[in-house]
Write a protein that binds this ligand. Sequence first.
Ligand code: NAP
Length: 297
Amino acid sequence: MTASIIDGKAIAAKLSEETADAVKRLTAEHGVEPGLAVVLVGENPASEIYVRSKTAKTAATNMRSLLYKLPETVKAEELFELIDKLNTDPTVHGILVQLPLPPQIDSQRVIEAISPAKDVDGFHPLTAGLLSTGLPGIVPCTPLACIMLAKHVHGSLAGLEAVVIGRSNIVGKPLAQLLLMENATVTIAHSKTRDLPDVCRRADIDFAAVGRPEMVRGDWIKPGATVIDVGINRVPAEDGKSKLVGDVAFAEASQVAGAITPVPGGVGPMTIACLMLNTLKAACAQNGLEAPSISPS
Ligand code: NAP
């Protein structure tokens, strides 16, 4: 079997187009221009690339993009002052502080300092609590992207066996919550899981969010299953440069799976498109307006 490739780039482009149209309507009809503030601390090359593509996408989606660059040595209190200022600025509807942060800054404190109403990354404990109790709120971008990609293949996820490898607060746990809300039967695997290949072979859909290059092998996958690869790992390439690979051994897995996301070009672009959607929804909520219903499929 050769898997069909889930084209995250194309699906993200469709979602972004719909979001951009809805933003235009919001601005024309209600005078609200959604604004996303991105804070970058230091010069981590990967973070710089992520921030560049987020700010470019914000402008391309007809929203106001604000970028705050702080030096690596910034004092924690200066960052908190900036977050306070953005929290109370009515023209800013979403705030994103790019992680990781330098060691003098406590990332958890930063996550908790962002107003939950403007927490478009969806990392605040209150946001996580709303999600786990099934109450309406912002949904973290990467897990939302994974669900949209899985639904692009399956339509409904009800009754499907889903295995999520990874239990981080930003990907694995919220993804498992969303899968439950979609009525999938969910297993969360992690570094202490026994017989991980066997666990994965049960799944109709495998989600890999581990951060280990090509850990999931082809023979871990049930023939015909869907594979959503969240991992982004930079590894040495044959030409002496470097390349990006996922947490799944793509060449092997694509011989067994029914559908698979590539890396790059799968979950990554969808995550950014979901960030734009979250900013639009946050702007609507902060102005007492109903958010438009948008989905890429
Ligand atoms: P993380 O916080 O490091 O969590 C990794 C998870 O994988 C942990 O739960 C860990 O288990 C588990 N794990 C580690 N080694 C394992 C093993 N040998 N077997 C089974 N489970 C294992 O990572 P994260 O922030 O969730 O990110 C995961 C990956 O997704 C990374 O490659 C990251 O770059 C990528 N990512 C991509 C996007 C995107 O937009 N595409 C967004 C976010 C993250 P324990 O809990 O037991 O330690």
